[in-house]
Design a protein around this ligand. Structure first.
Ligand code: IPM
Ligand code: MG
Length: 365
């Protein structure tokens, strides 16, 4: 197949991990006879420097036309001042909104070789296999008003948590559909004892649940969910929640795997590409890690696994997605690990190993 993939390397280690994933995608294309056209576009801090805009219009247009988008990371100390007029993170929020990718899927499944890398006890995390469905284009990150002003000679600020019924309904459907293909359990997380948006969330999710009689629905308050994620993480299957709760809980959940560096994400909306699949934005959940940027030691696994999710969800290439996932598994099993996981392999070595396993797996078939 022919596919166009818009690539947004971004800041810090972003370019290093995107380059690694592009090398893996090129290997997939060569081995399976596909043609992936991959072009880089600026986003985040580098785009502010060059174009005074964290998401230049031509970047958004290229992404809207592509079959899928691969993103590294944005941000860094250079652009971090609280008074900065523009922030790299605005680029990320705008691309998510601009692509309409309202559902952010973040799978969490610790690799057997890495069970000791987690600060949690092995018997608590051994059976963990969960996936977050985080609402990504609404809630308190987008609601209006969102501003600062001076009143009675002091500064005040407001952010607004807003949800409409349709925004909740569409993500609830996606969560239940996903659960139908897994262990058929949905945990919906809110703060319904305090927030009006959460009471609406709970009502709509309960209504949607009626369409999926085979799937069990559990409601949890977000504070309790934070506790249960540490106490009984293996009891979860699909967790669906609003934007900010999902942002916080997925960083917490990443510790079940020992390192954020391994975690992938797929952000999906309803827009379809030329292959009749959902357009998607694929990115690792880690940040731009400015402390190790340019050293060649960043862990590319989260981005490479995000590319595998892209093959699956936006290109419909399930076999290829599994081959990449297996090649990553095999490489980690061999103990080829970057320093964040206690190893000494650099980005290039681990990428090379993944490509080598990929080739071996294809020959074996
Ligand atoms: C994430 C990040 C972003 C978010 C930031 C960088 C805006 O933390 O993808 O989880 O809050 O969504
Ligand atoms: Mg986050």
């Amino acid at each position: 197949m022919k596919a166009t993939i818009a690539c947004l390397p971004g800041d810090g280690i972003g370019p290093e991990v995107v380059e690694a994933a592009q090398a893996v995608l090129r290997a997939v294309a060569n081995s399976y006879g596909h043609s992936f056209e991959m072009e880089n576009y600026p986003i985040g801090g580098v785009a502010i420097e060059q174009y005074q805009n964290p998401l230049p219009p031509f970047t958004l247009e290229a992404c809207q036309q592509a079959d899928a988008v691969l993103l590294g990371a944005v941000g860094g100390p250079k652009w971090d001042s609280p008074d900065a007029p523009m922030r790299p993170e605005q680029g990320l929020l705008s691309i998510r909104k601009g692509l309409g990718v309202y559902a952010n899927l973040r799978p969490v499944k610790p690799h057997p070789r890495l069970l000791t890398a987690s600060p949690l006890k092995m018997d608590i995390i051994a059976e963990v296999d969960l996936i977050f469905v985080r609402e990504l284009t609404s809630g308190i990150y987008f609601g209006q008003p969102k501003q600062r002003w001076v009143e009675n000679s002091e500064e005040c600020a407001v952010d607004t948590m807003f949800y409409s019924e349709s925004e909740i309904r569409r993500i609830a459907h996606l969560a239940f559909q996903l659960a139908s293909t897994r262990r058929r359990k949905v945990t919906s997380i809110d703060k319904a004892n305090v927030l009006e948006t959460s009471r609406l969330w709970r009502k709509v999710v309960s209504e949607v649940a009626k369409d999926y009689p085979d799937v069990t629905l559990e409601h949890l308050l977000v504070d309790a969910a934070a506790m249960y994620l540490i106490q009984r993480p293996a009891s979860f299957d699909v967790l669906v929640t609003e934007n900010m709760f999902g942002d916080i809980l997925t960083d917490e959940a990443s510790m079940l795997t020992g390192s954020m560096g391994n975690m992938a994400s797929a952000s999906l909306g309803d827009s379809q590409n030329q292959h009749g699949k959902r357009r998607g934005l694929y990115e690792p959940i880690h940040g731009s890690a400015p402390d190790i940027a340019g050293k060649g030691i960043a862990n590319p696994v989260g981005t490479i696994l995000s590319a595998a999710l892209m093959l699956r969800y936006s290109l419909g290439l399930e076999k290829e997605a599994q081959a990449v996932e297996r090649a990553v598994e095999d490489t980690l099993s061999l103990g080829i690990l970057t320093p964040d996981l206690g190893g000494s392999a650099n980005t290039e070595a681990i990428t090379r190993s993944i490509i080598k396993r990929l080739a071996a797996a294809i020959v074996a078939v």
